[in-house]
Design a protein around this ligand. Structure first.
Ligand code: SF4
Length: 411
């Protein structure tokens, strides 16, 4: 079977697009696998949120070209510029040309429809892109300039895609986009789209929302979770900072108090829900007091996971020219302190849940022989088993902290 490698850098949207292409290419009879000497085509969906991501995309292309001179290289996404051809790409598709990428590769004879998909193979999680673009213009973010304002996929197309994934044995569906709370098509918003998916996608086992903004959390949306346990009670809500001053400079449209109030609402209505977040450290003007505010936010919010990012200025954004740059050594120090603190908070969040029953989708066998997967609350769960658990959903009791999650046993 011919192999194609489909890779991405950056956001969940890029991941969702790669999944969709991988699905189509698998249906055409290709094996999707990491690059090696047997790969015939390498597709890279690039990111340019930071200048580091830009450079990484170019490095990847150069590396593949040098190591595997025979492979056709196709580059798309936010860094898909003519420079990529200089780095070794054969074809470059801009963001606006992405939609016709597969059709164009077929037309050019680079790929062909080979054999039907093996429908019996068990798969785990599938990301479904429901919208693209964002009009929020956070001062550090290039996305609104690169991806434009919000464009949503039609509900019929979303439902059709989900039903197709369900028919292909995917256990969990994740709704993704640049900013899924902005979903708007044919009179539906995120709430009504989710409600319609739950109603119309009969074989659906789990549905997860990838990430929402605090101002998109409301009683109506949470009531859907109360009424349908196929919805995973896990919310990824980027906080970015615990300091009101920094939130304002970032143009995040909420305060710390507003953010924490939304978390309280979630916990009132869904006591077992978990929250994960992203925080940027070393944003221009961030003082040690502002940083302390981020540390205390992590404790107060009791995040299950905190992704810590060091601010890196992106050309073309407002923050690129903001005064008050934080020294690199201080940024690194703050990143280290916050990661350590967040890990301790996460441990205590998981520890509180030992003895609880959770439903786990097992995804893989680790090198140490344990099976691992995620609960609906996004707790990573490890378990030993004599039978293959890959792709299965099982009820598990959590027994103890382990690695980045917890160990458990089958109930
Ligand atoms: S919400 Fe802010 S960070 Fe997120 S995509 Fe929009 S502008 Fe960028």
């Amino acid at each position: 079977m011919k192999k194609i490698a489909v890779d991405y850098l950056g956001c969940k949207l890029n991941q969702a697009e790669c999944e969709a292409w991988s699905q189509i290419l698998t249906n055409y009879g290709y094996e999707i696998a990491p690059v090696d000497k047997d790969t015939c085509l390498y597709i890279l969906n690039t990111c340019s949120v930071t200048s580091m991501a830009d450079a990484k995309s170019r490095r990847s292309v150069r590396y593949i070209r040098k190591t595997y001179p025979e492979i056709k290289i196709v580059v798309t996404g936010c860094s898909a510029t003519e420079e990529m051809k200089e780095a070794g790409a054969d074809l470059v598709y801009s963001n606006t040309e992405k939609d016709r990428l597969i059709a164009d590769l077929l037309e050019k004879g680079i790929i062909s429809k080979r054999s039907p998909n093996d429908n019996d193979h068990i798969k785990n999680r599938s990301m479904i892109e429901i919208q693209q673009g964002c009009p929020h213009f956070c001062t550090y973010c290039i996305v609104p300039y690169k991806r434009g304002l919000s464009v949503s996929r039609k509900p019929e197309t979303v439902i059709e895609t989900i039903n197709d994934r369900i028919a292909n044995n995917y256990r969990e569906i994740v709704l993704t986009g640049t900013e899924i709370g902005l979903y708007s098509s044919e009179g539906l918003n995120l709430y009504s789209l989710t409600e319609r998916i739950l109603r119309e996608c009969k074989g659906l086992q789990r549905l997860r929302l990838s990430s929402v903004q605090p101002f998109e959390i409301n009683r109506e949306l949470l009531s859907l979770y109360q009424n349908d346990d196929r919805l995973c009670r896990h919310f990824h809500i980027s906080a970015q900072s615990g300091s009101d001053k920094i939130l304002e400079t970032m143009n995040r449209h909420y305060t710390r108090e507003f953010y924490l109030d939304k978390l309280s609402l979630i916990r009132d209505m869904l006591p077992d829900a978990t929250i994960t977040t992203d925080i940027i450290v070393g944003f221009p003007g961030e003082t040690s007091d502002d940083f302390e505010d981020s540390l205390s936010l992590v404790s107060e919010a009791r995040f299950l996971r905190t992704h810590v990012f060091i601010f890196s200025p992106r050309k073309g954004t407002k923050a690129y020219s903001f005064p008050g740059k934080v020294q690199n050594s201080i940024q690194k120090e703050r990143s280290f302190i916050l990661r350590e603190h967040a890990a301790k908070v996460a441990e205590s969040v998981i520890k509180e849940r030992t003895g609880n029953k959770v439903s786990v989708l097992f995804e893989q066998k680790e090198t140490n022989g344990l099976y691992s997967g995620y609960s609906k609350e996004y707790i990573r769960v490890y378990m030993s088993s004599s039978s293959d658990l890959t792709g299965q959903i099982k009820d598990v009791e959590l027994t103890e902290l382990y690695s980045d999650g917890a160990k458990g046993f089958l109930i």
